[in-house]
Ligand binder design. Structure first.
Ligand code: GUN
Length: 293
């Protein structure tokens, strides 16, 4: 690999350590699990995996391991690639009715014969630990309690742990997915940032991103955000998970951007571990809600 030439002015950005913060969050969750156990409640999470997408399998294994470690009763149900939508919907109904199951997560993407929208709508909103149900998305948009999608929630938690106050900041979110971009923008808005959402049709993207005090990259294209697109002293959060020549990388060109940013999350070891930590936290929230119901 070619060495980067640095000028004397270049400072390396502060690295935001997602692994460290996720571990802190998991310890907090483990305490909440212990408190629930005192009331006779053991939080239960069921993850449903349809087909054999290798990346999905890896993610699901990670979720199961992390859940078990904090004392959550975790179960993975694996269905074949050819599973029909009706069969998956029946399973979801069964899990909705199961009192031992507090959180249900159907791993995405699903095979082409199954409508993601239909499946996400079938999960009971009180068990929707992904926060993908329209009721939970609506609750977030209108400032009501509900489940918040794990990745953007993890970003907010990490910023809080870092002592970063987003109120009044110019926050730019690149990407507008239902899973990350939209809820991320909503959370930043709720925290009183001035929020801009960019996407593939945005004119002169670099002109917009250069105005960001806080830049969140959730585009799904490896090393897309380069040094010239980032303001000196910006906080850069990289939600991407891509492979270039077999190597895992984010949506941000870490090497060049870390020379201008004040703080930056790495990939791996940034947002990813926080996403899993928030899934555990949401599962405990679901179990706590069931305990008071
Ligand atoms: N696939 C990739 N990320 C996610 C996630 O956060 N939740 C679900 N259900 N599927 C995913």
């Amino acid at each position: 690999m070619a060495l980067m030439r640095r000028t004397g002015d270049d400072k390396m950005a502060h690295l935001i350590d997602g692994k460290k913060w996720a571990s802190k969050s998991r310890a907090e969750t483990a305490q909440a699990v212990a408190a629930l156990a005192q009331q006779g409640v053991i939080p239960g999470l069921t993850v449903v995996l349809v087909g054999d997408n290798p990346a999905s399998k890896t993610y699901v294994r990670g979720k199961e391991k992390a859940a078990t470690e904090v004392g959550i009763r975790s179960q993975v149900i694996t269905l074949s690639e050819g599973t029909t939508q009706d069969a998956l919907l029946s399973l979801v109904e069964q899990l909705n009715a199961d009192q031992m199951v507090h959180g249900i997560l159907v791993q995405l993407p699903l095979p082409a014969q199954i409508s993601e929208q239909a499946v996400l709508a079938a999960i009971h909103p009180d068990k929707d630990v992904d926060g993908f149900h329209a009721q939970n998305a609506g609750a977030l948009a209108t400032g009501q309690p509900g489940f918040i999608p794990c990745t953007p929630l993890g970003v907010m938690k990490m910023l809080q742990y870092e002592g970063i106050q987003v109120a009044g900041m110019n926050a730019v979110v690149v990407g507008r997915s239902n899973i990350v971009g939209k809820p991320m923008a909503q959370l930043l808005l709720n925290a009183n940032a001035t929020v801009t959402i960019c996407h593939s049709k945005t004119k002169d993207l670099a002109d917009v991103t250069r105005r960001a005090d806080l830049l969140v990259a959730a585009i799904g294209r490896g090393r897309y955000i380069t040094r010239d697109m980032v303001k000196e002293g910006a906080i850069v959060i990289d939600v991407g998970m891509n492979r270039i020549d077999g190597k895992l990388c984010g949506d941000v060109d870490y090497e060049s951007v870390s020379a201008v940013a004040a703080s930056i999350t790495p990939v791996p070891g940034g947002v990813g571990p926080m996403t899993i930590a928030m899934l555990l936290s949401n599962t405990v929230q679901a179990a706590s809600l069931s305990a008071v119901r």
